[in-house]
Design a protein around this ligand. Structure first.
Ligand code: TXA
Ligand code: MG
Length: 315
C-alpha cells in the first residue's frame, strides 16, 4: 500500500494520466478519481462502483478559477467560493459549451458539479495533473462512504480496476460535501453536508431553496432514498430503548447499552458525531448485530447532514 510520499503522488498522477483510477483522500470522504476529460476513464468509475450512469459525478479542481472556466457566470458563485473553497462545498452550475468535461461526468445534464477540496494531498495531486478529477465517494453504489484508506481497501483492495490507494489518513469532516445548485430560481440545497445551511445562508443573505422529493431526484439524481446502507444490519432511528441483541449508536451521555455500543460524541458535539458517523456505522455493522439502534440527533448545523445520511441508511 502506498505511503503519502511525493513518489506516491507522482505515481498516482501518471496512473491518472494513463486513464487509470486512483483512490484519493479528501477532507470529507475518500474519492475514486479519474481524469474528468477522459470518457473511458470516467466510464470505469461507474463500472467499478456499480453506479447507474444517470447519477452524475463531482469534478474536483485545484482552485476556483480553473473550476469556473467550465461554467456560465453566476452572481453568487464567487462569494461562496471565496468563503468556502477549498473545502466541503460543491456547486452545481450551468456548463459552458466550450467545457472539455466529458458528458458522462454530468450524466448528460446541462449542469456540472464543481468542488475545490482542501485536503493537502488531494491539492498536491490536482497540481501535478493538468486535468480536473472526477470523483464520487470510493464505495460501491449505495454502501457507506469510506473515511479512511482502510475502508477503501476493504471495498476495492482486491480489484484490478483500481491502480492505487493514496493514504491521506482519516478524513477530517467524515461526511460528504454540501451540494448547492446555482439555478435560475435561486440557490438550492441539493444535499446537506460538511458546510451547514446556516453558514451558506449567512454568506448569501437569502434562504436556500429546498426541493420536494421528486424534482430533487431529477435535479440531483444521486439523492436516492436508499444509500449509505450497512451490509447486514437494519438501522432503527430515534431509539429511546435498546432491544435484545441490538447494537447501539449513541449520541451524548446515556445509560443505554447495546451489544455492542459506540458513541458518536459523548460530549454531544455534532462535528465530532459527523466525523465518527460512517466509521461507527460500519463497525457496528461488522459486529454482526442484526439491528443498529440510533439515538436521536439534533438537526441543527451539521446535524441536518447527519440525519439525512441516517434516514437513507435506514430506508
Ligand atoms: O465530499 C464529496 O462530495 C465526495 C468527495 C470525494 O469529493 N464526493 C461525493 O461524490 O460525495 P458522490 O458521487 O458520492 O456524490 C455526488 C452528489 C450526488 O448526490 C450527485 O447526484 C450530485 O452530487 N451531483 C453531481 N453532479 C450533479 C449535477 N450535475 N447536478 C445535480 N447533482 C449533481
Ligand atoms: Mg457517494
Amino acid at each position: 500500500m502506498t505511503k503519502p510520499s511525493s513518489d506516491a503522488l507522482a505515481i498516482a498522477a501518471k496512473a491518472l494520466q494513463a486513464g487509470r483510477l486512483v483512490a484519493v483522500p479528501t477532507e470529507t470522504v475518500y474519492g475514486l478519481a479519474a481524469n474528468a476529460y477522459d470518457a473511458r476513464a470516467v466510464e470505469a468509475i461507474f463500472a467499478l462502483k456499480g453506479r447507474p450512469s444517470s447519477n452524475p459525478l463531482i469534478s474536483h479542481f485545484k482552485d476556483a478559477e480553473s473550476a469556473f472556466a467550465h461554467v456560465e457566470h453566476h452572481p453568487m458563485a464567487a462569494r461562496l467560493a471565496d468563503v468556502f473553497w477549498p473545502g466541503p462545498l460543491t456547486l452545481v452550475m450551468k456548463k459552458r459549451e466550450t467545457s472539455a468535461l466529458c458528458s458522462l461526468v454530468s450524466a448528460g445534464l446541462p449542469h456540472v458539479a464543481l468542488r475545490v477540496p482542501a485536503h493537502s494531498m488531494m491539492q498536491e495531486l490536482l497540481r501535478l495533473v493538468d486535468f480536473p478529477l472526477a470523483a464520487p465517494s470510493a464505495n460501491p453504489s449505495e454502501c457507506i462512504s469510506p473515511t479512511s484508506a482502510q475502508h477503501v481497501r476493504d471495498y476495492f483492495g482486491q480489484n484490478e480496476g483500481l491502480s492505487l490507494i493514496l493514504d491521506g489518513g482519516v478524513c477530517d469532516k467524515g461526511l460528504e460535501s454540501t451540494v448547492v445548485g446555482l439555478f435560475e430560481d435561486g440557490p438550492t440545497l441539493l444535499r446537506p453536508g460538511g458546510v451547514t445551511r446556516q453558514a451558506l445562508e449567512g454568506v448569501l443573505g437569502v434562504p436556500l431553496l429546498s426541493l420536494p422529493e421528486d424534482p430533487a431526484r431529477l435535479l440531483s439524481p444521486g439523492q436516492m432514498l436508499r444509500h449509505y446502507a450497512p451490509k447486514n444490519a437494519r438501522v432503527r432511528l430515534n431509539a429511546t430503548h435498546v432491544e435484545e441483541g441490538e447494537a447501539l449508536l449513541a449520541f451524548g451521555p446515556t445509560h443505554l447499552v447495546g451489544t455492542p455500543t459506540l458513541n458518536l460524541s459523548e460530549a454531544s458535539d455534532l462535528e465530532e458525531a459527523a466525523h465518527n458517523l460512517f466509521e461507527m456505522l460500519g463497525a457496528l455493522d461488522a459486529s454482526g448485530a442484526a439491528s443498529i439502534a440510533v439515538m436521536p440527533i439534533p438537526s441543527a448545523g451539521i446535524g441536518e447532514a447527519i440525519n439525512d445520511r441516517l434516514k437513507r441508511a435506514s430506508a
